[in-house]
Design a protein around this ligand. Structure first.
Ligand SMILES: NC(=O)c1ccc[n+]([C@@H]2O[C@H](COP(=O)([O-])OP(=O)(O)OC[C@H]3O[C@@H](n4cnc5c(N)ncnc54)[C@H](OP(=O)(O)O)[C@@H]3O)[C@@H](O)[C@H]2O)c1
Length: 347
């Protein structure tokens, strides 16, 4: 049996849709998913341009795609709680059969969750990378995160006096960071984002806005002090440019905690300021335990709308639409939405 997949043909090569064999049954402990929605992430173009995560020639041709939603096609030996036809979402990995930009993918059952009826496949596909990057960074114990809530239980009273700043609040990751901070009970969640996004970000729990188009990173310190004279206990920098990291780190008091999403560019580190470069994916060995915790809690968090998906834009053309979507992501032409491909609509 065959399927369509988007292949990155070689290191620094090109994407093209190809016909490849498809898995027909699930392995033990796993689920085989018919992929209805596969969301795009900046890392997809970063793999192509910079070979991040897949540095070896042997990794190619590669299938990418970390954010999967679809229908259970087959259930492997030992898996309970799922049956053929269930609507599910899954955190994909950097391994061909376990990635999303294809029509069928394998998934370890412990990193699969059911989609509440009220959410579509497209909406559900926005959750894994964005939510996990927020949750690992804020809540997992070091070195994976800054350890605010390693059990991810509802522990609101602990953070009643705390303030947080989210740099890049309208990114996919930022939208989930705001929601996780609200879940943790932070009373002040300042977001640095475009002003037009503020009404939307307020629905997730943002309390104050600093307009990124009016305030350069060099003035962020002053702008934050106009919002609150209290210390900023937690900074989550979803953008993690050289200047945003410097601005966030400068704001942090001794004992403060900061999460960044790309390589650490901060000079002149200060002992007492905690900094974590997060990796929001369940597949590395030391990530699995917290991943299982999060996937076990996600269906209820979604059902109760404590966590809600990003807004989506459905791309036309099935897997063929991904290349243009990645061009837009790379050129900063996407604001406040997640681009989603539908592999089964491929011609
Ligand atoms: N380490 C990890 O595990 C991990 C996981 C996921 C993502 N990442 C990385 O994290 C970054 C964000 O990813 P994403 O998927 O969340 O991004 P995204 O949703 O594609 O980002 C688009 C958003 O970026 C905002 N933006 C662009 N420049 C900005 C600036 N200077 N200040 C504030 N906001 C700005 C735009 O805001 P406007 O609405 O204002 O235009 C737009 O809404 C990427 O570099 C990605 O590779 C890392």
């Amino acid at each position: 049996m065959s399927q369509k997949a988007l292949l990155l043909d070689s290191k620094f090569g090109s994407f093209k849709v190809a016909t490849i064999p498809r898995p027909t049954s699930a392995l033990a402990g796993e689920i085989l998913i018919k992929v209805h929605a596969s969301a795009l992430n900046p890392v997809d173009w970063k793999v192509r341009d910079w070979a991040v995560f897949l540095p070896d020639e042997e990794n190619y041709p590669a299938v990418l795609g970390l954010d999967v939603a679809g229908e259970v096609e087959d259930v492997g030996e030992g898996v309970t709680g799922f049956k053929k036809g269930d609507r599910v979402f899954y955190d994909g990995g950097f391994k061909n059969e376990y990635a999303g930009h294809q029509q069928y993918c394998r998934a370890p059952a412990k990193f699969v969750a059911k989609i509440p009826e009220k959410f579509s496949y497209s909406q559900a596909s926005t959750i894994p990378t964005g939510f996990l990057t927020a949750a690992y960074g804020l809540c997992a114990d070091a070195p994976l995160g800054v350890g605010l809530n390693p059990t991810f239980d509802d522990i609101k009273e602990k953070f009643q006096e705390k303030n947080a700043l989210v740099i890049g609040g309208s990114t996919s990751v930022g939208q989930y960071v705001i929601q996780v901070l609200r879940y943790l009970g932070f009373p002040t969640i300042i977001v640095y984002a475009s002003a037009h996004q503020f009404p939307y970000l307020k629905t997730f729990g943002a309390t104050d806005l600093i307009d990124r188009k009016a305030v350069p990173f060099s003035d962020l310190d002053t702008a934050v002090k106009k919002v609150t004279s209290s210390p900023i206990d937690v900074v989550y920098d979803t953008i993690s440019l050289v200047d945003s990291q410097a601005a966030g780190y400068k704001l942090l008091p001794n004992g403060g905690k900061m999460v960044i999403t790309v390589e650490d560019e901060i000079k002149d580190k200060v002992e007492g300021k905690e900094l974590v470069h997060v990796f929001g994916n369940v597949h590395p060995e030391d990530h699995k335990e917290f991943g299982v915790t999060l996937f076990s809690k996600l269906p209820k968090l979604l059902e109760d709308e404590i966590i809600v998906p990003n807004k989506v834009e459905d791309l036309p053309g099935g897997l063929d639409g991904i290349v243009e979507g990645l061009r837009r992501l790379k050129n900063n032409e996407v604001s406040g939405i997640k681009l989603v491909s539908h592999p089964n609509e491929t011609a």
